[in-house]
Design a protein around this ligand. Structure first.
Ligand code: NAD
Ligand code: GLY
Length: 366
């Protein structure tokens, strides 16, 4: 097989907290991907048993020549474990091995591992450096980029966390070969999101290349990951701590988080809830006259083609759905703010009359 060319590089422009995302096949096993990263005595790989078994050896082989000790902690696998007990497993490992504040943490896994490991890195000794090595499509296009780290609380998703940027993101497209189909689709939800909020031409591109993405074609995946990261970099570079613009990245997430919490974390995948949530947010946008009804159908068709659910579980019930959305981090003074589409490629945030929200829940549940 011919060697891979140089990876794509997307820069996150945040001054002295800025960093690069390296994207391409073979990034994980290429020594050049690690050039310039610190080489303290200890590195700690945070992963889970599923990902460790598949890809852990390749990361360790790259780290062992760089560090005197390469430690490892595997968290239990799943959204249900994005909690205090997993966070403590990381602190326990760091303390048991007397790791100092130069220790470099590598988060090898999907969004759950990345969010928990990033939060642990933000907290341990008030901050140790970390590198994101995202292994799901969702993590490559979204969660590993931008510095949001968190664990869940039973009353709300991602409610306990910190903004803490990694030193680098290593997005190896080859690791996606082992991803289950359901997880690939969940990642596509976050890819789909970037078009309606910021780039109408990218939405056209995703519609035209969805079959290639589902078939895991490398050129299509490379473009999807790169363009998603470029759009996320553009947003995060202007509003790192979500005082305004960054909230547009949560298109579909207000409805989606309520579905996840309402059903119990881990029942629907995050990306599945976001897929359905985007259709609901499109429906709400149409009810407010911000987009034509045809846009709702366009979103629904695309989400269905991506093999994601489009009907919210009726079992949650409208009252509980509305209550759950009040816990959303975008809520202010008990009022839920929704990310809505105002013409394809442009998102806005609005507080919406509850009666309209209930109409959307009724129309989009099944
Ligand atoms: P995940 O981390 O649970 O990973 C999904 C599943 O795929 C897991 O079972 C995992 O073990 C497995 N897996 C991972 N990589 C694999 C591979 N290469 N081959 C085979 N199996 C593999 O889920 P996710 O979808 O990656 O992430 C969802 C999480 O990300 C949620 O908690 C969500 O809140 C969070 N998130 C965070 C941000 C952010 O900005 N920080 C953004 C979006 C989502
Ligand atoms: N995934 C939303 C954000 O990073 O802001």
């Amino acid at each position: 097989m011919p060697p891979n060319g140089p990876p794509d590089r997307v820069a996150i422009d945040l001054g002295d907290r800025g960093y690069d995302i390296l994207i391409g096949p073979g990034v994980l096993g290429d020594p050049a991907s690690y050039d310039g990263l610190p080489r303290p005595q200890s590195a700690l790989v945070v992963s889970n048993p599923t990902v460790s078994a598949l890809h852990g050896a390749r990361l360790r082989a790259m780290l062992e020549p760089r560090h005197a000790r390469v430690l490892q902690v595997d968290l239990p696998d799943g959204e249900a474990y994005k909690d205090w007990s997993s966070l403590n497993l990381i602190f326990d490992a760091l303390l048991a091995h007397e790791c100092d504040r130069r220790t470099l943490v590598y988060a090898l896994g999907g969004g759950v591992v990345g969010d928990v490991a990033g939060f642990a890195a933000a907290c341990y000794m008030r901050g140790v450096p970390f590198v994101q090595v995202p292994t799901t499509l969702l993590a490559q296009v979204d969660s590993s980029v931008g510095g949001k780290t968190a664990i869940n609380h039973p009353r709300g998703k991602n409610m306990i966390g910190a903004f803490y940027q990694p030193l680098r993101v290593l997005a190896d497209l080859d690791v996606l070969d082992t991803l289950p189909d359901r997880e690939l689709s969940a990642g596509l939800a976050e890819v789909i999101k970037y078009g309606p909020i910021a780039d109408a031409a990218f939405l056209d591109w995703v519609e035209a290349h969805l079959d290639a993405l589902l078939a895991r074609g490398k050129p299509a995946l490379a473009h999807a990951v790169r363009r998603s990261c470029e759009i996320k970099a553009w947003v995060v570079g202007q509003d790192e701590r979500e005082s305004g613009l960054r909230a547009i990245l949560n298109y579909g997430h207000t409805f989606g988080h309520a579905i996840e919490a309402g059903l119990g974390y881990g029942q629907w995948l995050h990306g599945e809830a976001v897929g359905c949530g985007m259709v609901m947010a499109a429906d709400l946008s149409a009810r407010l006259g911000l987009v034509p009804a045809a846009f709702v159908e366009r979103m629904r068709r695309l989400v269905v083609r991506a093999r994601l659910p489009v009907a919210a579980p009726a079992a949650i019930g409208a009252d509980r759905f509305v209550d759950l959305m009040r816990v959303d981090k975008k809520a202010e003074g008990g009022q839920t703010r929704f990310v809505l589409i105002e013409g394809v490629g442009h998102a806005v945030q609005r507080v919406v009359p509850e009666a309209l929200v209930r109409e959307t829940i009724a129309a989009c549940s099944g």
